[in-house]
Structures are given as C-alpha cells and as structure tokens.
Ligand binder design. Structure first.
Ligand code: GLN
Length: 246
C-alpha cells in the first residue's frame, strides 16, 4: 500500500511547525510498512491534484494569503474543488482552512476571495485569538480529543453546508463565540490547530490516514503503534489546559 501526499503552497503556508504534520503522516505509515510519496507544490508549480490521496495546506499570515491569490485563481481553485468533491482527503490548517471557504476579510478591510468549496467565511478582528487550546472531534471525525495551538485574527462562521470538526473544550476555535472548531465536509478536515497538530494527536492522524487509505483501496486497517510518548504529550497539555480553565 502507498499514499500520495501533496504539500500545497509549502513556500507560503507553513507556520508554527505545520510541516511536522507531514512528517507525522509519513512516519505513522512507515512504522506500519506503508509507503508514502510527498510532492511539494509551491506557487507557480502545477500538478494534477486529483492524483493525490491526501492534500495538506498549512497556515499563513494575512500577507501570504494575499500573495497566493493570483496563483490560486489561475486554475488551482477549480482543481481543489474537483478533488474535494471527488473525496480526496484534505488536512487544512488556519490560513489554509480559511482558503477553502468563500472569503477572508482582514481586520483592515482587505478582502481575499477564496474558493468557496467549504460553506464558511472569515472576518478578521484586531484582537487575535492566541494560545494552546483543545477540542473534541465529532464522532464522524473520529471523536478524539485534540490539543493544539491557535493564533488567528480571523473569526470563521460556518454555513449549513459544513459540519464543525469538533467542539471547543478550552480556547477559542472558529470564532470564540459559538463553541465550534474547524470544519468537516466530505473528506476535508479544516482546523485552526497548529502546533504542529498531528504529532501529539495520533488518533486524529490515524483517522486521516485511514480515510485516505479506505478511499484508495476500498478497505484498510492500521495496526496499533506504541503511542506512549505521543499520548503523554497530549495528556500533559490537556491537563494543563483544563487546570487553567477553572
Ligand atoms: N492570517 C490568518 C488569521 O490571522 C491566518 C493565520 C494563521 O494561519 N495562523 O486569521
């Protein structure tokens, strides 16, 4: 078995260790004897996005999000839309997550028109939402508890065409108001969680891998790994966050 992974816009969307998510995905495959191939697709480079099993898009500052717009609307937008509708697995973080929504209006009034493949939009605020945080994924997204790091000005509002990825336990999530975090549509997983997200959330990492493997091979199983260090990092942070919250 093998997964083809694309790191989209690694040159501009890669904040707070996001690249570590790709390392986690590959390592957890390798430890089970499953091959992976990672293709980096920076601004200006083309590839048939439909041939990938998993597409990763990291976070970026407002400036980088504006820089990539021209390239995005030169064809990648339609390709991303087609891949999403075709069930390709996506993990998208913060600025990359916002990019799959309709638009992002920065706090100083600049509007980035994005793809609109996810029924959501984002509006910036002067007050940033920063810090370690935690959320629980919906059952449809594996039901695991996730710890991560958020740093965003954008407040994201979900429409009726997407489900939240999870519910905020501590911190802000999508907007600091409605208790939702991230979004799930088909096999797209969007979240505000940097950190990187996956090394200390092995259950979510395996859920993503299984989603991609099942789409490619019809059925797939992942043998258990010894996650003692990953779990202790996860549990330590969750304990700290829960203590702080009360
Ligand atoms: N620029 C976006 C915001 O501040 C995304 C930031 C990020 O990816 N961390 O909302």
């Amino acid at each position: 078995m093998e997964l083809k992974i694309c790191h989209l816009y690694p040159d501009v969307l890669n904040l707070y260790g996001d690249r570590g998510d790709i390392i986690s995905l590959c390592k957890r495959l390798e430890w089970r004897g499953i091959r992976s191939e990672v293709t980096r697709l920076p601004i200006g480079e083309k590839a048939d996005l439909g041939r990938f099993d998993l597409i990763f898009i990291g976070g970026g500052q407002d400036f980088e999000q504006q820089v990539l717009l021209e390239d995005l609307h030169r064809g990648k937008d339609a390709e991303i839309r087609a891949a999403v509708e075709d069930g390709v697995t996506f993990l998208t973080i913060c600025g990359g997550y916002q990019m799959l929504g309709s638009y992002y209006e920065t706090f100083d009034g600049k509007r980035c028109d994005f793809i609109g493949v996810l029924d959501l939009y984002t509006v910036g605020s002067k007050e940033r939402m920063i810090g370690n945080y935690s959320f629980r994924c919906e059952e449809a997204s594996g039901g695991s508890t996730v710890v991560g790091f958020e740093n965003h000005s954008g407040r994201t509002w979900l429409g009726s065409g997407v489900q939240p990825l999870g519910k905020v336990l501590t911190g802000c999530g999508n907007n600091g108001k409605d208790g939702t975090e991230g979004a799930r549509y088909k096999n797209v997983f969007g979240t505000y969680s940097h950190g990187p997200l996956l090394p200390k959330n092995p259950e979510l990492c395996d859920f993503l891998l299984l989603t991609a493997l099942q789409r490619r091979y019809g059925s797939a199983e992942l043998s258990p790994l010894d996650d003692t260090p990953e779990r202790s990092a996860h549990d330590e942070m969750l304990t700290r966050l829960t203590r702080q919250a009360y």
